[in-house]
Design a protein around this ligand. Structure first.
Ligand code: G6P
Length: 747
C-alpha cells in the first residue's frame, strides 16, 4: 500500500495542479465563445430588425409603435433590454428594463460588444446601426443578460474538476497495477541475486534474472569478484603463509572439512634393505616435496600407490600408515597394484604416453591400447578407494598429476557434492601436440570432472582452454576461466607451485663454509675448487646432456677454468625400466666420461656424476657448497630445484642459471635465463656466474629469496583451498535459496 501511495500521491498532486491551471483557462475560453455568440446573435437581431424598425421610426406616432416592437423583441429570455439611440446619441426608445446607467454609443469602439458589470448584474452590450435609403436612423442597443454565462462557467468548472478526478483515478489504478506486478518481479529477481543464483558469474546465471535487473546482477557479480580478489590479495599479501595460516584456512574457511590427497607417488616409501632392515625413503619428486609439508599442516589422508618393498609390512589392516615417522601428523592409504597394472598404467600410459606428450622434449610418446586399459582400471581403483576413505559426502579431494586424469570424473559420479581440485604438475601442450593422443576426449572429459583444475602457468591454462575448445563440445568462458561440459563448471586457474618456507632441510645445515669444505672433501676435490651443481631425476626433460655440453664448451672457450672448475651432477635414477630412460642413463654416463677424458687429469674431473638417490640433507649441502646451480630443463611445469637452491642460500651468494622453458623462469627473473638448446649461451652463463661480483649475487639472491618466501607452498595450497571454500560457500547459498524457493512453492 505504501508503494501505491508513493505513486498515487504525486500523481494526484500533479493532476490537481494541472486542473487548477486549466479551470480559469477554460473559464476564459467559454466566456469568449459566449461573447462571440452573443455578438453574432445581436447582429442577427439587428439585421432582422433593420427594416421594420426603419419603417416604424419614420412613421407618425412612432413612439408607441417602436416601443411596442422593442418590447416584443425583448421577450427572448436572454435579451435583458433593448434601446434605440437617435443619430444625436440620445436614447430615443427603450424597454423598461434598459439600465439607466447605460449611455448611447458615441464611437465605433463603443458600438462593438462589451461587457458591463452593473447593478442589474453582468450584461453584454452591443450597438448596431439602423439605416434606410442611405440615411442612418440611429443605433439599436441590445443588452444581453450574462448571468447564464456565470452559471455555465460554474458548471464547466465542476465538469473539468470531475474529469480530472476521473482521469486521476483511472491512471492511478493502472499505475498501481503495473507497479505492483513489476515490483513483484523485481523483488523475486533481487531475492535471486541475493541468494547468489545470479552471482555465480556465468552467463546462464544472469539469464535467470529479470532483464531490468541484469545490470545490477552484473555489477554485483563484478563487485563480488572484486571483493573476493581483494580478499585473496589481502590474504596473500598481508599474511605470511605458513603451516599455521594453512591450518587457519582449513579451520575457518573450510570449517574443518575433510581433505584427501591422491597421487601416484607416496611421500614415504618403506624399503627392505639387503640386511632385511626396513628403511624409509623420501622419493625424488617435486610433487612430494611440495605436498608433504601441506599435508603435515592439514592432516587428512594421502592415497598413493604402495610401491616400496616393505610397504605391505608397515600398514595396518586398512592399509593405513601414519607419517612422518618421527612425528605422525597424517596418514597414507596405500593402494596395491599388480606388476602388470603398474607396467601398463604407470610406466606405459603415464610415463611413455602422457609424460612425453606434455613435455616438448622431442621424445616420441608411445600409446598402447593395453596400457590405456590398465590406466582406466587403475584410475577406477583409486577412485573407489577415495570414495571408501571419504567420511562425508562432500570432502575436498586434491587429485595430483597426469597419473589420474580420469579420476575426477569417476569420483564425481559417486560423490557429486565433493570439491575436487585437480592439479597438473607438468606442462599442458598446445592442441596440435595433444591431439595425437588416441583417447584425447576421454582424458579431457575425465579432467573436467574437477571443480578446480590447476596449472603452474597461465600459458598452460590457455593451452588447456584451446585444447578443450578444439576437441570437446564444451562452453569455454575465458572471462571467468570456466569450462562447462555437462554438470558443474570447472574453474581453470593458475597456481604456481612452490616449496615450504623455511625448508625443513635447512634447519640442520651447518654454515655455508662448512658445507663447502665438507662437499669438496667428500668428492675428493681441492678445497679451492669452484663448483657448479645440478640436481635432477635422471630424466630426458631435464636437459642434463645439454648442460654437460655447456660445461665442455665453457672449458673450450675459457680454458682458465680447466683444473679449477667442476660440475657436480646428482641424478636420481628414475623410471629405469623404460627404454628412453635407460638410453639416457647410458648417454649421460658416456658424455660425462668423454668430457672428463678430454679435460680431466689425475685428481681432476670436470664432471662429477653421481647417479644415485640423495637425501634432502645431501642435496641442501650441495646447493650451499656451489658457486652456481644449473637448471637446464628442456621443458618443465615449474621445477622446484630452482626454488630449493634459492631457499638454501641464506648467505645470499650463489647464482641460479635457469632454463627459460621452466615455469620457475616466470617468477625467478633475477636468475640467468638460458635457452638450454643454445650451448654457447649456457656456457657463457656459466662463465658469467663464476665471475659475478658478490654484491650482484647478493642483490639477485635477496630478491629471489623474497619471492620464494612470500610465494611458498602454503600459499599455493592456501589459494586453492580458499577457492574451494568460496565455491562450497556459493553452493551452500544456492542450495539454501533453492530450498527456500521449494518451500515457498509448496506454500
Ligand atoms: C614429476 C611428476 C611427479 C612425479 C615426479 C617423480 O615431478 O610431476 O608426479 O612424482 O616427477 O616421478 P616418479 O615417476 O618417480 O614419481
Amino acid at each position: 500500500m505504501r508503494l501505491s501511495l508513493r505513486f498515487i500521491v504525486p500523481l494526484g498532486l500533479a493532476l490537481a495542479a494541472i486542473a487548477y491551471a486549466v479551470v480559469p483557462l477554460v473559464d476564459r475560453l467559454t466566456l469568449q465563445w459566449f461573447v462571440r455568440d452573443l455578438e453574432i446573435r445581436a447582429a442577427t437581431i439587428a439585421n432582422a430588425a433593420q427594416e421594420p424598425l426603419a419603417t416604424l421610426v419614420r412613421e407618425p406616432r412612432a413612439k408607441s409603435k417602436v416601443s411596442g416592437y422593442l418590447n416584443r423583441l425583448v421577450t427572448d429570455e436572454r435579451i435583458f433590454a433593448i434601446g434605440f439611440c437617435d443619430p444625436a446619441g440620445k436614447l430615443a426608445y427603450a424597454t423598461a428594463t434598459f439600465p439607466p446607467a447605460l449611455a448611447c454609443p458615441r464611437s465605433e469602439g463603443e458600438r462593438r460588444g462589451r461587457l458591463e458589470q452593473l447593478a442589474e448584474g453582468p450584461l453584454h452590450v452591443s450597438a448596431n446601426p439602423i439605416a434606410a435609403d442611405g440615411e442612418v436612423l440611429g443605433d439599436l442597443v441590445i443588452v444581453h443578460d450574462m448571468s447564464f454565462v456565470q452559471r455555465r462557467s460554474d458548471d464547466t468548472k465542476k465538469y473539468v474538476v470531475w474529469l480530472f478526478a476521473a482521469i486521476a483515478a483511472v491512471v492511478a489504478l493502472i499505475t498501481v497495477i503495473i507497479a505492483e506486478i513489476s515490483w513483484r518481479g523485481w523483488v523475486a529477481g533481487i531475492k535471486r541475486i541475493i541468494s547468489g543464483e545470479a552471482l555465480l558469474g556465468t552467463r546462464e546465471s544472469l539469464k535467470v534474472t529479470a532483464p531490468e535487473l541484469r545490470p545490477i546482477a552484473r555489477d554485483l557479480q563484478a563487485l563480488v569478484r572484486d571483493l573476493e580478489a581483494e580478499r585473496h590479495a589481502r590474504d596473500e599479501s598481508q599474511v605470511t603463509w605458513g603451516p599455521e595460516t594453512l591450518r587457519g584456512v582449513l579451520r575457518d574457511d573450510l570449517k574443518g572439512d575433510e581433505v584427501l590427497i591422491v597421487s601416484n607417488r607416496e611421500p614415504y616409501i618403506h624399503v627392505r634393505r639387503k640386511d632385511k632392515v626396513i628403511e624409509i625413503q623420501r622419493p625424488a619428486s617435486g610433487l612430494v616435496t611440495a605436498l608433504e609439508p601441506v599435508m603435515r599442516a592439514c592432516s587428512g589422508t594421502w592415497i598413493a600407490h604402495g610401491a616400496g618393498s616393505a610397504d605391505r609390512d608397515t600398514v595396518d589392516e586398512r592399509d593405513h600408515v601414519m607419517v612422518p615417522p618421527e612425528k605422525p601428523a597424517y596418514r597414507i592409504r596405500r593402494v596395491w597394484l599388480s606388476k602388470e597394472e603398474e607396467q601398463g598404467y604407470y610406466y606405459g600410459f603415464a610415463n611413455e604416453g602422457l609424460w612425453p606428450l606434455c613435455h616438448i622434449a622431442h621424445t616420441r610418446p608411445v600409446f598402447r591400447a593395453q596400457d590405456w586399459e590398465h590406466y582406466k582400471a587403475v584410475n577406477r581403483r583409486f577412485a573407489d578407494v577415495v570414495v571408501g576413505e571419504a567420511r562425508t559426502e562432500d570432502p575436498i579431494i586434491l587429485v595430483q598429476d597426469y597419473h589420474f586424469a580420469l579420476l575426477p570424473r569417476m569420483v564425481r559420479e559417486q560423490l557429486p557434492r565433493a570439491t575436487i581440485i585437480a592439479f597438473w604438475h607438468i606442462p599442458w601442450p598446445n592442441p596440435e601436440a595433444f591431439g595425437i593422443l588416441p583417447w584425447r576426449e576421454e582424458v579431457l572429459e575425465g579432467m573436467l570432472g574437477s571443480s578446480i583444475l590447476g596449472f603452474h602457468t597461465q600459458f598452460h591454462c590457455n593451452n588447456f582452454f584451446d585444447t578443450v575448445d578444439r576437441f570437446l563440445e564444451a562452453r569455454v568462458d575465458r572471462e571467468t576461466f570456466t569450462i562447462s561440459h555437462g554438470g558443474d563448471p570447472t574453474e581453470v586457474r593458475r597456481y604456481p607451485i612452490s616449496i615450504e618456507w623455511p625448508p625443513a632441510a635447512l634447519a640442520t645445515q651447518p654454515p655455508v663454509a662448512e658445507c663447502r669444505r665438507a662437499l669438496r672433501e667428500r668428492l675428493g676435490l681441492p678445497a679451492d675448487a669452484v663448483l657448479g651443481v645440478g640436481v635432477d631425476r635422471l630424466d630426458y626433460t631435464k636437459g642434463i646432456l645439454e648442460r654437460f655440453m655447456a660445461v665442455e664448451r665453457l672449458l673450450e672457450v675459457e680454458p682458465r677454468w680447466v683444473g679449477k672448475f667442476s660440475f657436480v651432477q646428482a641424478a636420481a635414477p628414475s623410471r629405469s625400466s623404460i627404454d628412453e630412460y635407460q638410453n639416457l642413463d647410458a648417454r649421460v654416463r658416456a658424455l660425462a666420461e668423454r668430457i672428463n677424458g678430454r679435460f680431466g687429469f689425475a685428481g681432476y674431473q670436470p664432471i662429477v656424476l653421481r647417479i644415485e638417490h640423495h637425501d634432502a640433507a645431501q642435496v641442501y649441502e650441495m646447493y650451499r657448497a656451489a658457486e652456481f646451480c644449473c637448471v637446464s630443463s628442456l621443458h618443465d611445469g615449474m621445477n622446484l630445484v630452482a626454488k630449493e637452491f634459492v631457499a638454501a642460500r641464506d648467505d645470499l651468494q650463489g647464482v641460479l642459471i635457469l632454463s627459460q622453458f621452466t615455469g620457475a623462469a616466470r617468477e625467478l627473473v633475477e636468475a640467468l635465463a638460458v635457452n638450454p638448446y643454445d650451448i654457447e649461451q649456457s656456457a657463457a652463463a656459466m662463465h658469467l656466474a663464476l665471475t659475478m661480483p658478490p654484491a650482484e649475487q647478493r642483490a639477485r639472491m635477496r630478491s629471489m629469496r623474497g619471492l620464494v618466501q612470500d610465494f611458498n607452498v602454503y600459499r599455493w595450497a592456501g589459494r586453492m583451498l580458499l577457492d574451494a571454500a568460496r565455491m562450497r560457500n556459493r553452493r551452500r547459498v544456492l542450495s539454501r535459496a533453492r530450498a527456500a524457493r521449494r518451500e515457498a512453492g509448496a506454500a
